[in-house]
Design a protein around this ligand. Structure first.
Ligand SMILES: O=C(O)c1ccccc1N[C@@H]1O[C@H](COP(=O)(O)O)[C@@H](O)[C@H]1O
Length: 195
């Protein structure tokens, strides 16, 4: 199971997530209590080994803004929330990095439908920590897709059973307050997923 820990802003938490076996680490570069600048994301990403995917998270920005932030930060993936047309993914293809399409469960849930490499199926309000009916996507989402939205150490096993995703993604559920990550919860989340 692929695991992404998102919304990191401190080197200590990046090291914890990597040490605990995360497959991907997310840096939010859009309006959010977790926002980091592309320059800060670059500093944090520099500490991440090659085998862990570094992801820049955006919501509604145009492809040129995403491109500039991706290049300045050096992330190896971008995750686009909001109703982006297929053309926005096409416009970013030449970056040669992983493209993640983030949607709610009303969207087209076939990974690759917009030429993206990974699909993320999230709650209607991304990053809110809101739990939703995870089971509603079981058998509807296909390909390499991650489940997000209200996941936490205490419920991630239940979410995996309900939705049968390829991967999981968490932010609020490993925080002690909005934007404040907790190393103990990051480790607990990875232990819960890996069993
Ligand atoms: O985390 C944010 O603040 C955020 C802002 C804008 C777009 C996405 C954001 N977060 C993403 O939301 C999911 C999961 O969130 P949660 O675990 O329910 O808090 C994750 O993919 C984050 O990347």
């Amino acid at each position: 199971m692929f695991v992404k820990i998102c919304g990191l802003s401190q080197a200590e938490h990046v090291a914890t997530a990597v040490g605990a076996g995360a497959d991907a680490i997310g840096f939010v570069m859009t309006r959010s209590p977790r926002r980091v600048t592309p320059e800060r994301a670059a500093e944090l990403a520099a500490e991440v080994p090659e085998h862990v995917l570094t992801v820049g998270v955006f919501r509604g920005e145009d492809p040129e803004t995403v491109r500039a932030a991706a290049l300045a930060s050096g992330v190896r993936a971008v995750q686009l929330h909001g109703r982006h047309p297929h053309a926005d993914f096409t416009a970013l293809k030449d970056l040669g990095i992983t493209l993640i399409r983030a949607v709610d469960n009303q969207a087209d849930l076939r990974c690759g439908a917009y030429d993206e490499d990974l699909l993320l199926v999230d709650a209607p309000h991304a990053g809110s920590g809101e739990r939703w009916d995870w089971g509603a996507v079981r058998g509807r989402a296909s390909g390499r897709w991650m489940l997000a939205g209200g996941l936490a150490p205490g419920n991630v096993r239940e979410a995996i059973e309900a939705a049968a995703p390829w991967g999981v993604d968490v932010s609020s559920g490993v925080e002690s307050a909005p934007g404040v990550k907790d190393s103990r919860l990051i480790e607990e989340f990875l232990r819960s997923v890996r069993g």
